[in-house]
Write a protein that binds this ligand. Structure first.
Ligand code: 3H9
Length: 645
């Protein structure tokens, strides 16, 4: 079947695009639309065309799978110009998402009409590129400079009603899009036609505006190139004639398209889309998830409960006594109240979120629950006691999950009746914010249970990654190696602050030492001590020396750095220098890039070991873990991607 079909409603042609899954602008679609313009221009009975899409969305953009290959004509900017220059006016009728090249096509149309539920945006910078078919040149002509800068440099889409207010849309319709677009067309054709967008005057902005934007975007983007280049292209659009601005945009688009950053972001794009539906579970059905229980209302449990409520799932929160339950419910309420304060939730939504939570101290209230997530204290005895209770109280087919980060799930599940329903679901704190979900099956876990873990990940909008059993699973195991490698550099004489600065320069929000100061050094210390007590050989780390001296991080006024009370700015510490003097051979200096290269190589080496042991299923999974759980810069693609460039 053709990807473009034309039907006629009197003098209006309906041009329907049908190129599943998201109507991406591959070669066949570009050709089909080009020919549709010619066909309709040659048809004397046609006065206008409505461009509408089949399936779940309007055109979602260029076909990203083509980006690794040489561009083939008709090129998208030429197609947009062809539609814009058509003798018959085209009207874009938008549902779902009009993104990137999809929105650029719409801006080539004389009018744009959208369903109230539609989203419009130019997400190119999130793929390491800039719009390449007039997005930076036409958008300011429609919405002004400030709104165009926001849209293009953030990559964030806007909802139809906002897009209408900005000037991106001519009308918003509800209900039947095709009927709404036909009504709009009949009315519009009785009026003089507006100018094509390219012929409209370009807005101007003063030099101060551009300087401010450049400074703000450079700060946000860290080392990411696309947002600044997008800004430069919009600036040119306001200073140069249309055709010259288009040439500048195209040059930037093509240069970035071939960059390492774009390759990395494309790889992440596809990995993220593949993660929620892994191929090996294609034929396995998940169990229904109607109500979920959470055991423990501490930071982790409350965060998990909040994530479940955000996804609309009713929650039963279980605590060991009335006081702990009250605290747990308070923790949960504080999360929603925080959402209201930050403008993310309406007050009545926060109330509705809490109304969907049943607090209890009685495991009997879990009798009809589909999934229970245990998030209690990280000791094997406490967790086992919880699962003994769950084994007695829950349906035999209820999925029972532990949120352990370091314990062996097999030991937690020991003695549990129907062990096929047991699984590890490792959330990251704050669990209602962090996207990563490590899913850890035991050898007994049934495929349906595993599939249910992924279904939960999808329902919560998480990035689910399957991990095998080992200490720290994928993420914390790599973190341990990363920290150890950073300590090795310190032992070799590299300054702690230089290591942190190098990793920030690489793109992390924080370096390894300042991050430990924020989270606390004591958790990992206690774990090492536990292992030592259990008779394992665990070498003394530099972190151990600091914790033994009472330096557990910001909460004790100092860790790897000193902190002035009330301030979070790390300051190099003479006390730390003295404490570690015996362990450090002074004098080594490394360039920031060399420091980052060494540490990332260590992460990748651990990743390779993890892969060879079957703990991770693919390098892309490891990269997703690092990006979504540990702050690895997305535009570098993750340690596995970065180490193979
Ligand atoms: C651009 O347009 C550049 C231009 O300025 C200049 C050019 C000259 N290409 O996300 P989903 C696949 S840059 C190819 O799960 P949803 C995706 O991999 C582009 N494939 O669906 C998945 O495949 P599979 C700017 C694509 O309903 C399937 O479609 N546009 C593309 O949750 C379903 O995807 C964007 O960045 C693509 N462009 O969400 C838009 N997009 O089934 C990116 C998706 O084999 N796309 N696929 O796993 C999206 O944001 C979402 O897909 C969308 C639908 C919101 C549209």
């Amino acid at each position: 079947m053709s990807v473009v079909t034309i039907t006629r409603m009197g003098a209006i042609a309906i041009v329907t695009v049908d190129n599943p899954p998201v109507n991406a602008l591959g070669l066949a679609l570009r050709q089909g639309l080009w020919e549709a313009v010619d066909t309709l221009d040659a048809d004397p009975d046609i006065a206008a065309a409505i461009l509408i899409c089949a399936g779940r969305t309007f055109i979602a953009g260029a076909d990203v799978t083509e980006f690794g290959k040489p561009p083939v004509a008709p090129h998208l900017p030429d197609l947009v110009a062809h539609i814009e220059a058509a003798a018959k006016p085209w009207i874009a009728a938008i549902h779902g998402s009009a993104l990137g090249g999809g929105l650029e096509i719409a801006m080539g149309c004389r009018f744009r009409v959208a369903l109230d539920t539609a989203m419009l945006g130019l997400p190119e910078v999130t793929l390491g590129i800039i719009p390449g078919a007039g997005g930076t040149v036409r958008t300011p002509r429609l919405v002004g400079v400030a709104a165009a800068v926001d849209l293009v440099t953030s990559g964030r889409p806007v909802q139809a009603v906002k897009a209408r207010a900005m000037g991106l849309l001519d009308a918003v319709v509800t209900g039947d899009l095709r009927a709404g677009a036909l009504d709009f067309a009949s009315a519009a054709l009785n009026q003089p036609l507006p100018l094509p967008v390219s012929a409209r005057p370009a807005p101007v902005a003063d030099p101060g505006f551009w300087a401010d934007q450049e400074a703000a975007i450079a700060k946000r983007a860290k080392g990411e190139m696309a947002p600044l280049r997008a800004l430069a292209a919009i600036r040119k659009a306001t200073e140069l004639p249309f055709a010259e601005a288009m040439a500048f945009e195209r040059e930037g688009f093509l240069a970035l398209r071939g960059s390492d950053q774009a390759a990395a972001l494309r790889a992440v794009f596809f990995a993220e889309r593949a993660a929620p539906r892994p191929a090996h579970l294609k034929d396995v059905s998940a169990l229904p998830l109607r109500r979920v229980g959470v055991i423990g209302g501490g930071t982790m449990g409350a965060g998990i409960a909040a994530a479940l409520r955000d996804a609309g799932l009713p929650v039963v929160l279980v605590e060991r006594d009335a006081l702990a339950l009250e605290r747990g419910l308070d923790n949960l309420k504080a999360i929603f109240d925080g959402g209201v304060k930050r403008g993310k939730l309406a007050p009545e939504q926060a109330v509705a979120r809490m109304n969907g939570v049943t607090g209890t101290t009685d495991y009997a209230d879990l009798a009809d629950i589909d999934l229970v997530i245990e998030a209690v204290f990280e000791t094997i005895e406490v967790k086992r006691a919880v699962f003994a209770d769950l084994g007695r109280s829950c349906r035999p087919d209820a999925v029972l999950a532990t949120n352990t980060s370091y314990l062996d799930p097999r030991l937690i599940a020991e003695g549990l009746p129907h062990p096929g329903r047991f699984i590890g679901l490792h959330f990251f704190s704050p669990a209602n914010v962090m996207k990563l979900l490590e899913i850890v099956p035991t050898p007994d876990t049934a495929p349906e249970t595993l599939a249910t873990g992924f279904a939960l990940g999808r329902a919560l909008g998480k990035v689910p990654v399957q991990a095998g059993i080992c200490e720290g699973f994928i993420g914390n195991r790599i973190l341990k190696r990363y920290r150890a490698a950073a300590e090795t550099l310190v032992r070799q004489g590299v300054a702690i602050a230089d290591i942190d600065a190098a990793m920030r320069q690489y793109g992390f929000a924080m370096g390894p030492f300042e991050a430990q100061d924020l989270g606390g050094l004591d958790i990992a210390f206690l774990q090492r001590e536990g292992a030592r007590l259990a008779g394992q050989q665990v070498a003394e780390t530099l972190g151990d020396i600091l914790v033994r001296a009472g330096r557990k991080g910001q909460k004790t006024g100092g860790g790897w750095y000193d902190y002035t009370p009330g301030e979070r700015r790390p300051q190099p510490s003479a006390e730390v220098a003295a404490l570690l003097a015996g362990a450090i051979s002074p004098g080594a200096e490394l360039e920031p890039a060399e420091i980052a290269a060494r540490l990332v190589a260590e992460m990748a080496a651990e990743g390779t070991a993890i892969l060879s042991e079957g703990v991770a299923r693919s390098p892309a999974d490891i990269d997703l873990v690092e990006i979504h759980g540990y702050g690895f810069p997305r535009w570098r693609g993750g340690p596995m991607f970065a180490s193979h460039r």
